[in-house]
Design a protein around this ligand. Structure first.
Ligand code: PEP
Length: 249
């Protein structure tokens, strides 16, 4: 859809050291030739957020964090707030990634509070949803994703402030991907849910596919109906692979 500019976002997870800066700089450099066609975001670990945000200042690549606390400040050891992310130049935050939902017991209500915090701090919230293998096999994939969307998205969501990432849990880091038909079906379902709830803003909200996107499958997955880009884990760590995926968008 021409109204929704493609977005390719890289989630570095718990990877990357100060020595990774040149790889990031190559991503920023490579975006120059692509930026008219595709937006890029990179989500390094929080330890690298400040240096990456400083390196990208004035460039077209947005940098963000992988999680935030719902509160702006306080007695929450180890957490960082959306305001802190914005303070160091972060422009976006991933909330509700399945690894956070699983490893830290994050519920839809928690994810929604974090997304609201992102909007409060003027960050783009990349809200992740997706079913498990068992849920898909039981024929409940759209039920689960529908419930996650209803519970995780703030009422104030707009196309400019929220991005939805559909990431089937069983496809993350496994090398497995849904068929293009299954991706298109789920993205169509998500689009309908967004349009029902948010009207024109929902119709214009970008919905990314995530889960084992690689240079060799990106074109096929990104061509599917209602797919507006990708959230990329493993393949975002190498500038060449990440840029190849961006070129396919
Ligand atoms: C992710 O964790 O957001 C992800 C999509 O990971 P991968 O690309 O490695 O499957």
């Amino acid at each position: 859809d021409a109204a929704r500019k493609p977005l390719v976002a890289g989630n570095w997870k718990m990877n990357g050291l100060a020595a990774s800066a040149p790889e990031f700089v190559r991503i920023v450099g490579g975006h120059g030739a692509l930026k008219a066609k595709v937006d890029l975001m990179v989500f390094p670990p929080a330890t690298l957020l400040t240096s990456f945000a400083t390196a990208t200042r004035g460039s077209s690549v947005l940098v963000g964090a992988q999680d935030c606390h719902a509160k702006p400040s306080g007695a929450h050891t180890g957490d960082i707030s959306a305001e802190m992310i914005a303070d160091v130049g972060g422009r976006a935050v991933i909330v509700g990634h399945s690894e956070r939902r699983a490893d830290h017991g994050e519920t839809d209500a928690v994810v929604r509070a974090k997304a609201e915090a992102a909007l409060r701090a003027k960050l783009v919230a990349v809200v992740c949803v997706g079913e498990t293998r068992e849920e898909r096999d039981a024929g409940r994939a759209t039920d689960v994703v529908g419930r996650q969307l209803a519970g995780s998205l703030p009422d104030a969501a707009t196309a400019a402030t929220v991005v939805v990432a559909y990431e089937p849990v069983w496809a993350i880091g496994t090398g497995l991907t849904p068929t293009v038909a299954d991706v298109a079906e789920m993205h169509g379902f998500i689009r309908a849910a967004l349009t029902d709830r948010f009207g024109e803003q929902g119709a214009a909200t970008r919905v990314l596919y995530g889960g084992s996107v690689k240079p060799d499958n990106a074109a096929e997955l990104l061509r599917a109906q209602d797919v507006d880009g990708a959230l990329v884990g493993g393949a975002s760590l190498k500038a060449d692979d990440f840029l190849a995926i961006a070129r396919a968008a």
